[in-house]
Design a protein around this ligand. Sequence first.
Ligand SMILES: [Zn+2]
Length: 297
Amino acid sequence: MSIFTPIGLPLMKNEKWGGIRVVSKLRRKSGGKITHTKKWSKTEASSRGWMIEHGLRRSFFQGEVCPICGEMRVKTYYRHPFSVPAHLPKGHWLLSDCLCIKTERSYERAKKQRLLSTALPDPMPPGLRGHSFRTFKVTELNREAYTSCQTFVRNFSSIGEGRGILLLGRSGTGKTHLASAIANGLKDKLRVSFACAPILLEKMRTSNVDLDELLSADLLILDDIGSERPSGWTMERLLLIVDGRLTNLKPTVFTSNYELEDFEIRLGMRAASRIIGNNLHLYLEGPDYRLSRGRGL
Ligand SMILES: [Zn+2]
């Protein structure tokens, strides 16, 4: 009787010795030809040293029949590829998969694959999903901010040290549109998070907000900073976010209706200095803005 081991060594029952005879095909000198035979006692043949020497990982002829499908499940001993503390076993036994286990596994795998392939939820609020650079109305008053934001998206991967953008200007000048265009341009490839500052701070006050997601997102849009009612508490929370983003070296795009001079009062000195100092300032101006401020081109 001859049974083949997983690496193809025929094992023959030696009638006379009651042990296992191994025909070694592994000898290099013989070029793989069967020239060498040696008698092994059963204990020798299954000893660990012998198995290692022959590159074997398997025990022989052990296993059990699956009561459901009737397929033979081979029992295999897997040695740990690293050294383990003396009191622990050197490896562990595993049974090979029978038909019913294989079927179940492939079903589980397909299920996992389906879950992975479904797209992540859109980070943008429904009303801002349509905002792109193409739908932005470019005028002489906002062209510079517009092109700078486009460059930001194009070069996003090479922007380091958490440097982001601070979009400034009166309400209605398109700050949120540009910030959304940046987010929409990157959200398919990167983890983007969007938050309206006053709403976020209110949410933080009343419930648990997943700060990790805000701090670790590849890009965070923090819309409308300064609009929240300033208090020690809101300033502290805002500083936590701004500081956390900088520590993680992740860029943030801020928008605000307020002048830089008002930042310290609205946001607190520390958050204000970090936001002003670490971001590119882009001013968006509209016709009304120009008239009332007497500023323009
Ligand atoms: Zn089975």
